[in-house]
Design a protein around this ligand. Structure first.
Ligand code: FES
Length: 619
């Protein structure tokens, strides 16, 4: 006997399936490739698979009564895994139940993220009002949106003012922009696909922005800039001091970063061939100072004991209030912070690497001007910050520069000879962070630097390494090491690495290494227990692990355990843009992570001094 089937229409896509009698709605959807949230796998215990059956919904099962609120049941909401198909049905899949298939990539790490943005743009057909249908324009619109699975919305009051005229000019066929729970704007129906957001990672030194198509979750264009605030101090303390000194300092720094963000929005939109007015939301991760300056929150107390933020919460603000030139009713979401020196960028790294969900003991290092370190598993995560300083970003190094054309980015010691590589194979202009690490590693290996970091004299080195000894020169009364002579450089002047430069590297690597050591101790683990070392940040991505190990920047782990995760903070910002539910996870991470204040530990200075030594000289 042929099996009895029933017609089931899934809205809003209108997919029609012939479902065998007795199959659950969840099974039917899964068999047809309609992906619904189902974390409990259909056991009726997670409430992920909510659907609405607007007409003749079957009576709620026991699981539905347990998992759904009374109000939801009255609105004909049911759990798809609990509804057996026994007749023809029309089923609306709410936005939050639909599981997208967006993958967020950072180098070496791939995270699957359901497409559930906070901004949605939905084309709807409204029946025009008549004597027999006198619903208000607003309710008419909300009803049409509910049919599309967008329930429990309100209408922004400005939108309500324009609604009658706008609806009629669009012949009751608008593409409605919904941000969060609010319908904020009506576009012509043809513009329904133009729905974008931009995720920002606002670093002390660099800014990165990812223009993202919110209908697909894919990045449409990327823009980056040097943080223009750097002109007022290369680390956060210097910028906070500037704000304290100058009456309008904070306003000035805010305007600088906002101008840069606006340029980045414009540049990314140009590349993607869209207008900034179809960018409806910006998400932002950044350290606490960057977050506060952007939001115009006070910063002075961050730098004074006991070092507290004005607010560690996530914030939602009107883009217009911040000065961002996206859609006039667009919004800004800033991710929550962990502590005064461990910001939302670290929350982004944790989300993107999934450290908060992993059973494996992992260590993440984001080495920028301010180095952040995270250690732990899903059971317990520790985070701290350590003032690495801007040496690895090229600052405070005599011939330091950013990783741009002509930067020496690689130095190898081959016998007695130095082999240099420059970016774009151009004549050498200066030395970027990776070149700096390589150069110092070569000097340690070549016996030019002692364990203390003191540069040996040419005569001390001459016996073993005559060619290297010839590179030891004097410069303004201090010892220096000749990296590139004048024939190899762009300017015709030699490029040197001075004793002071080496000290800067020691300060930076000492801060990171001491931080890692103390975190391991606090966690009660040894470096050998760490299963993976994740290197985050643009700089981390180019480090050669064996070189970083050679100078003691990275703890003594096998090179194979080191994994590059690229701009994981930026990937976190994208995840928060693409899936609004992750904002709750971000709050949980920010509140759940244990912050370790290194400088308050009595033995920190001693550990730091010890960690400044080069490995060759230890023990
Ligand atoms: S899948 Fe978990 S309640 Fe239905």
């Amino acid at each position: 006997m042929p099996q009895k089937v029933h017609r089931v229409v899934f809205q809003p896509d209108g997919r029609t399936l012939n479902v065998p009698h007795g199959q659950t709605l969840l099974e039917a959807a899964q068999a047809a490739g309609i992906h619904l949230e189902a974390p409990c796998g259909g056991k009726g215990t997670c409430s992920g698979c909510r659907v609405i059956i607007p007409r003749d919904a079957p009576p709620p099962s026991e699981a539905c009564r347990r998992e759904l609120a009374g109000e939801e049941i009255r609105r004909q909401m049911r759990l798809a895994c609990q509804v057996r198909v026994e007749r023809e049905l029309r089923v609306v899949i709410p936005e939050e139940t639909r599981l997208g298939d967006q993958k967020i990539l950072t180098e070496g790490i791939e995270r699957k993220v359901a497409l559930a943005p906070n901004v949605r743009k939905v084309a709807v057909h409204l029946p025009p009002p008549s004597v027999s249908d006198q619903r208000a324009d607003g309710e008419r619109l909300l009803d049409a949106l509910a049919e599309k699975g967008l329930t429990d919305l309100t209408i922004d009051v400005k939108t309500a003012r324009d609604l009658p005229a706008r609806l009629r000019s669009l012949e009751f066929h608008p593409a409605v922009v919904v941000i969060g729970d609010e319908a904020v704007h009506l576009d012509p129906p043809g513009a329904a696909d133009a729905c974008y957001g931009m995720a920002f990672d606002i670093g002390t030194t660099t800014l990165a922005g990812y223009l993202t198509d919110l209908t697909t979750g894919k990045v449409a264009a990327v823009a980056s800039r040097t943080n223009p605030q750097a002109a007022y101090g290369d680390d956060v303390i210097a910028r906070i001091e500037y704000c304290g000194r100058e009456k309008s300092g904070a306003r000035q720094l805010q305007a600088l970063v906002v101008d840069a963000m606006n340029e980045m929005v414009a540049e990314a939109c140009r590349r993607a061939d869209i207008k900034p007015s179809v960018v409806y939301e910006v998400t932002m991760v950044g350290n606490t100072t960057m977050n506060h300056l952007l939001l115009r929150l006070p910063v002075q107390q961050i730098a004074r004991a006991p070092f507290v933020a004005a607010s560690a919460s996530a914030h939602a603000a009107a883009a217009r209030d911040i000065g961002l030139k996206i859609h006039p009713l667009g919004r800004v979401y800033t991710a929550p912070l962990i502590a005064s020196f461990v910001g939302a960028d670290t929350v982004g790294v944790i989300l993107a690497t999934g450290m908060h969900e992993s059973n494996r003991l992992r260590l993440a290092l984001d080495i920028g001007t301010n180095g952040e370190i995270v250690l732990g598993t899903r059971e317990r995560l520790l985070a701290c910050s350590t003032a690495a300083g801007p040496a690895f970003e090229g600052a405070r190094i005599r011939y330091g520069m950013r990783a741009a054309t002509g930067a020496i980015d690689r130095v190898d010691l081959q016998g007695d000879k130095l082999a240099l590589h420059t970016i774009d194979d151009a004549p050498a202009v200066g030395l970027c962070g990776t070149g700096l690490i390589d150069a110092v590693a070569a000097m340690v290996e070549g016996g030019v630097l002692g364990a203390s970091g003191r540069m040996r004299s040419a005569s001390d080195v001459a016996a073993d390494r005559p060619a290297l000894a010839r590179r030891l020169v004097g410069a303004n009364g201090e010892r220096a090491f000749l990296l590139a002579d004048k024939k190899e450089t762009d300017s015709g002047h030699p490029i040197l690495l001075t004793q002071k430069d080496v000290r800067e590297v020691q300060l930076a690597k000492g801060a990171v290494a001491a931080g890692v050591e103390m975190m391991l101790e606090e966690f009660g683990a040894k470096i050998g227990d760490v299963e993976e070392v994740l290197l985050a940040g643009a700089f981390g991505n180019f480090i050669r692990p064996d070189r970083a190990l050679a100078i003691g920047l990275l703890p003594g782990v096998a090179v194979g355990k080191v994994k590059f995760v690229g701009n994981a903070a930026g990937a976190g910002a994208r995840m928060l843009l693409v899936n609004r539910h992750l904002r709750q996870a971000a709050d949980d991470v920010a509140r759940g992570v244990e912050h370790i204040e290194l400088s308050q530990r009595p033995d920190f200075q001693a550990r730091f001094a010890e960690a400044m030594l080069f490995p060759a000289g230890k023990a």
